[in-house]
Design a protein around this ligand. Structure first.
Ligand SMILES: Cc1cc2nc3c(=O)[nH]c(=O)nc-3n(C[C@H](O)[C@H](O)[C@H](O)COP(=O)(O)OP(=O)(O)OC[C@H]3O[C@@H](n4cnc5c(N)ncnc54)[C@H](O)[C@@H]3O)c2cc1C
Length: 474
């Protein structure tokens, strides 16, 4: 339930709660933690003071993606598991609908909700991520619902109970093959679910202590032809795998898993030849496939790859000028991470408010994405890139072994968790990057990112806005 905040003496005049029967909004946001945080930050911005806003999600609280893996093996305290609740983040003068959007009609700016309501909007932000489920691999949910002693772990951020069940992921391996599986791109967890080297470091120690057989192996299976889509990171990861005996199996899609009398069996299909093979295994860590939500495919807002078809610089829809997207659901060749979505947040905030004010959408997303690389239980590195997989200045900036790698690992765990905590806390702030004050953006013709890369303004401006500019000049 949405509750009114406390009014402290001397504070600003509290805005009255929104009329519960309101169904016509200026701004509607549909999605998860990124949209809830965005609603909170928009509420703090004086440009939004008179807007009627609604936030719609079928969940009221989320598992912090950046803390997930760290919590599994107690690098991060379990207490840090969840985001703030949506109702505590968002003040009552905006509407919260905790339900699903069942139908979107982008041409008429309307949508239908699973609770039977129909609503309208002037601008819409989509941050619905992926439909990500172990149901998409036959037999996987039976393992998932079974005891953790079955040694098959599903990496899904749907519920906090999973964090306890997945405690032994990658630990409990004394012999045979351990599968670490990443699904076809685009998917939830791209660039952050490569745990094979972490698992190998545990296995290596177990072998030294005679706790695991000499022939026990970690294998990385994926239908993709890479570990990371970012070529730099991919090369580093492949070299590490070759050095450390992690077998990499590209081009194999996981179709089903089952347990026979003698062993567990995974059925893989070769993505090129269509051939299927049966592979015995002892343990597995599986990131299940991701699909686009059907209501977005039906709405015609997606590109040929099934992603919300936005301009990658402004995050504004290429056709529907009043639709913006954030997070995993955006189109384009990139690595989809939560840290990347945090960087997109001020861009979408500024551009959607500018659109509502009839101004130029001049905030430019540089494509920043960050991938924590877990090379061992206590050492790691970080990869980061911008659009076109252009490496950032901080990309892979520490050695992969030794004291500096260990220091970086601890820094990375703490920094990522704190970034997520600050982003979705109860504190009412202006949001990233400055939190105390809103980000300001240069006019497009002075934007350094565009200038340096010689990106034409026509590649950034929405066709409708460009047409309006031409008409006003004539
Ligand atoms: C195992 C794993 C580990 C990861 N680790 C990291 C990490 O260390 N660092 C990192 O940066 N990223 C990590 N990620 C990636 C991160 O989880 C995603 O990038 C991030 O969650 C994307 O945020 P989002 O808001 O786009 O989508 P989501 O977080 O998936 O949220 C989408 C929300 O939209 C809601 N929704 C969907 N459809 C509807 C509808 N029709 N109506 C209403 N609501 C709807 C859903 O309920 C959901 O709450 C990890 C992912 C996985 C799977």
């Amino acid at each position: 339930m949405q509750s009114a905040g406390r009014g402290f003496a001397g504070g600003a005049v509290k805005k009255p709660p929104i009329d519960p029967s309101c169904t016509d909004f200026d701004l509607v946001l549909v999605g998860g933690p990124n949209c809830a945080a965005l609603t909170k930050f928009i509420q703090q911005n004086e440009r939004a003071a008179n807007l009627k806003i609604a936030m719609i999600s079928n969940q009221g609280v989320w598992v912090q993606p950046q803390a997930y893996f760290g919590i599994l093996h107690q690098h991060i305290k379990e207490l840090k598991m969840e985001t703030g609740t949506m109702s505590a983040m968002i003040d009552t003068w905006s509407k919260i609908e905790q339900t699903k959007v069942s139908k979107l009609n982008a041409a008429s700016n309307t949508m239908e909700l699973a609770n039977g309501k129909s609503i309208t909007y002037k601008a819409l932000v989509l941050g619905t991520g992926f439909d990500h489920s172990c149901e998409f691999v036959d037999g996987l949910s039976a393992f998932d619902e079974g005891p953790e002693s079955n040694n098959v772990y599903v990496h899904q951020l749907d519920k906090k109970e999973r964090l306890n069940r997945n405690f032994y992921n990658g630990w409990n391996h004394a012999g045979g093959d351990y599968i670490n599986y990443s699904p076809a791109t685009p998917y939830k967890g791209e660039g952050t679910d490569f745990y094979s080297l972490y698992y190998e470091s545990i296995l290596r120690q177990d072998k030294l202590l005679a706790g695991a057989a000499a022939g026990a192996r970690v294998q990385h299976w994926t239908p993709n032809k890479f570990i990371y889509a970012f070529p730099y990171a991919n090369e580093v990861a492949l070299e590490e795998c070759a050095k450390r005996g992690v077998e990499v199996m590209f081009g194999w899609e996981l179709m089903s898993v089952r347990e026979d009398a003698a062993s567990k069996v995974a059925v893989f299909k070769n993505v090129d030849s269509g051939e299927t093979i049966e592979k015995d295994f002892v343990g597995a860590s599986i990131n299940p496939p991701s699909r686009q939500h059907q209501f977005l495919l039906d709405a015609g807002v997606c590109d040929a790859d099934g992603q919300v078809d936005v301009n990658r610089y402004t995050l504004q829809h290429k056709k529907y000028e009043n639709i913006f997207a954030i997070g995993d659901c955006i189109s384009g060749e990139t690595t989809r991470t939560y840290t990347g979505a945090i960087s997109q947040n001020p861009i979408v905030k500024h551009n959607v408010l500018s659109f509502l004010e009839g101004k130029e959408t001049n905030a430019i997303y540089d494509g920043y994405q960050y991938m924590p690389a877990y090379f061992g239980t206590h050492y790691g590195a970080g990869f980061s890139h911008m659009h076109d997989f252009e490496p950032c200045s901080t990309n892979d900036s520490v050695p992969h072994y030794g004291i500096f790698s260990n220091l970086y690992f601890n820094y990375m765990m703490g920094n990522q968790q704190k970034m997520g905590e600050k982003y979705t806390s109860f504190n009412k702030t202006q949001g990233p990057p400055h939190y105390h004050y809103p980000a300001r953006f240069d006019a497009l013709e002075h934007n350094e990112y565009l200038e340096k890369r010689q990106i034409a303004i026509e590649d950034v401006v929405h066709p409708n806005a460009a047409a309006k500019l031409i008409a006003s000049a004539e």
